[in-house]
Each structure stands twice: as structure tokens, then as C-alpha cells.
Design a protein around this ligand. Structure first.
Ligand code: MN
Length: 227
């Protein structure tokens, strides 16, 4: 028996390859973490300090369908490696950062680019462009014990079989341990936190009926239909 005055909302989870589920506490996303993507978005790819935004845990969706969201006519795909933490803390040292990783997954940071663009122009927050319902399709996670740490390897994103995004995880401007250490200086990281690690170049729009496929070396292909 709890004292909750309304029914308890469900805990957001990501399925795990081979069974079980990973409960999600927070979702951090890094912006412009591949130089070629920074350039395509009109920015200097120099190593400026990283910046992050957040999605909501229940924006993660492993259903394999992505409902085209309202109030946008320019919804873009961003294929990203997801890093899932089993522990956290503050002021985590770079050399300890990977000890906090439980596993890795494939994700899409779906973006209402038109609404994000308006928000940028007006100096407003990005949530309306980034943190909408089911805005983060995900595939099942794999444990580090199975994959090792993923610091290099191909990232490919196809729409209807046509290659749209291509890169290598070794092209990340801020590497996974650096993102964990940096975030932990500003926030208290904890078990259940996940980080979407940025997208390579080639982002672009999708339409209802499109089939999106994301391949990240070491993980299983994520297939998502736009509905
Ligand atoms: Mn992104």
C-alpha cells in the first residue's frame, strides 16, 4: 500500500537483449558531437565545451513504430549510440567514467527541426523540438560484458534502404568517458541514467510510411517505421 493520491505512473524501461529490462531515470543528449554534423547545421566544428539537453524517460520507445508528431512538417532522424549507466555520482574522474556504464544501445533522437529552429532563433529552450511523445526510438540494450566498450565502429542510418547517415564512433568530438565526467560535474548521475551520444552527418526529414534502420557496429540493427 502506498500513499500515492493518483495511480503510480509506470517506470520507463528499455528492453535488454536476452531478457529483462533497464529502468530509466534520466535521458541526457549531447548536441553537435560529430564535426561533419556540426558543419551541416551551420556551426564551427572546433572543440568548444559540450552542451546537453534532456528528453524524458518516457519519450523512449522500443515499439518499432514512430508516430509522426503534430505541429511539425520537418521531422528529422538522428541516429545515436545510447550509453546506459549502472551507477553514477558527481565529479567522476575521466579514468573511472567507463566503470559506470552498464551497456549500450541503438537510438534515434527524433527532432521537430522546424520547431527547434524557431526555438534557437528566439533563444528559447529546445524541449518542444526534442522532447515530444515517443521522440526517442530505441533498440534492446546489450551489456558491456557482451559488447566491450564501444569507442569505434561504423554508424549507419538508412531510410527505405537508402543510406542517409554514415560515420564512425571514433569521430565523436566528446568521447563517452568525457561526456560522463563532464555531466557529473554539473549533475548528479545515477543508475538508470542514459546518454544519447550525438549523431553523425546526414540528418534529414522522414515521412509517414518510411522505414528507418540504424546500424551501430557491435549492436543489433534498430528498425523503426514512421506511422
Ligand atoms: Mn541528437
Amino acid at each position: 500500500m502506498s500513499d500515492y493520491v493518483i495511480p503510480q505512473p509506470p517506470t520507463a524501461t528499455i528492453p535488454v537483449v536476452g531478457g529483462g529490462a533497464f529502468p530509466v531515470r534520466r535521458v541526457y543528449c549531447i548536441g553537435r558531437n560529430y564535426a561533419a554534423h556540426a558543419v551541416e547545421m551551420g556551426h564551427d566544428p572546433d572543440r568548444e565545451p559540450p552542451f546537453f539537453f534532456q528528453k524524458n524517460p518516457n519519450n523512449l520507445d522500443a515499439s518499432g513504430n514512430f508516430p509522426y508528431p503534430p505541429h511539425s512538417s520537418d521531422v528529422h532522424h538522428e541516429a545515436e549510440l545510447l550509453v546506459a549507466l549502472k551507477s553514477g555520482g558527481t565529479n567522476i574522474a575521466l579514468e573511472d567514467a567507463l566503470d559506470h556504464v552498464w551497456g549500450y544501445g541503438v537510438s534515434l533522437d527524433m527532432t521537430r527541426r522546424d520547431l527547434q529552429g524557431q526555438a534557437k532563433k528566439m533563444g528559447r529552450p529546445w524541449e518542444i523540438g526534442k522532447a515530444f511523445e515517443r521522440s526517442a526510438p530505441v533498440g534492446p540494450l546489450k551489456a558491456v560484458a557482451e559488447t566491450g566498450h564501444l569507442d569505434a565502429g561504423r554508424v549507419e542510418m538508412k531510410v527505405n534502404g537508402e543510406l542517409r547517415q554514415e560515420g564512425d564512433m571514433n569521430q565523436m568530438i566528446w568521447k563517452v568517458p568525457e561526456m560522463i565526467a563532464y555531466l557529473s560535474d554539473y549533475f548528479e548521475l545515477a543508475a538508470g541514467d542514459v546518454i544519447l551520444s550525438g549523431t553523425p552527418a546526414g540528418v534529414g526529414p522522414v515521412e509517414r510510411g518510411d522505414v528507418m534502420e540504424v546500424y551501430i557496429e557491435g549492436l543489433d540493427t534498430l528498425t523503426v517505421k514512421v506511422v
